[in-house]
Design a binder for this molecule. Sequence first.
Ligand code: MF3
Ligand code: CO
Length: 289
Amino acid sequence: MGINRNGICWCGSNKKYKYCHLAMDEKIAEYKRNGYEVPSRKLIKNEKQIEGIRESGRINTLILDSISDKITEGITTEDINRYVHELTLKLGGIPAPLGFEGYPKSVCVSVNDQVCHGIPSPDRVLKSGDIVNIDVSTIYQGYFGDSSRMFCIGEVSKERRLLVNTTKEAIEEGLKAVLPYNTLGDMGQAVNDYVKAKGYSVVYSVGGHGVGLEFHEAPYVSYVSKKHTEMLMVPGMIFTIEPMVNEGSPEVYVDDDNGWTIYTEDGSDSAQWEIMVLVTETGYEILAH
Ligand code: MF3
Ligand code: CO
């Protein structure tokens, strides 16, 4: 076989292979023989990497916590960009969106029928009744954190509140399926079933992603996937759960002018929350929310 059980593990732990990833590798190989898509070694993080990514996720969460009481009627989405940018630097991080594939700002802020990738602007003033997604991503000592939340501005309609809350609940449903040796499709279907039962639709053309050593890593994470399909989840994998839920049809389009912002095609409202999850031996750990 050419595998040295007494040699050092490939993961960088400095432990003997037989005391580190050997048993897991054998298990993964068996799933692969049975036709499952399995993660490459690069997607399985070691303790030191997890420690770094956890810290980046902690800062990402702290940024969202810290700005939340400033998100009120009358501020502009550019104000939010400034809060996030300045706080990220103050905490010793770098805003991951800024310059990412040419993205011009430090955060994504998406209002009402904007599905995601809303670009902050001094012209967009938050009004009472708006629902707003703030998507923060941080680089801290080379490691990436990523999470987003919805904010309700002033007096928000029952309908919009329900959309916002249901989207958050869908993530909770998906989380129940995050277990080692389940698949990403088990999680994706749990999200989708919950959303559909409430009469909403999940955007199928944009999904989540692996994260940690890069902003967007494999695997692509779909929320319209089916049970027992997609990549096997194994301990040490880190990915986002970030479904975009539309009140109406799941169809979307990209803003022609800026090439980034995604809108619902029918003009209906859209909500999104995002958490960053580590698969553990017994289930999951939330690294950012
Ligand atoms: N933060 C988004 C995500 O959750 C990615 C935005 S890409 C950017 O995956 F360039 F717009 F920031
Ligand atoms: Co993300």
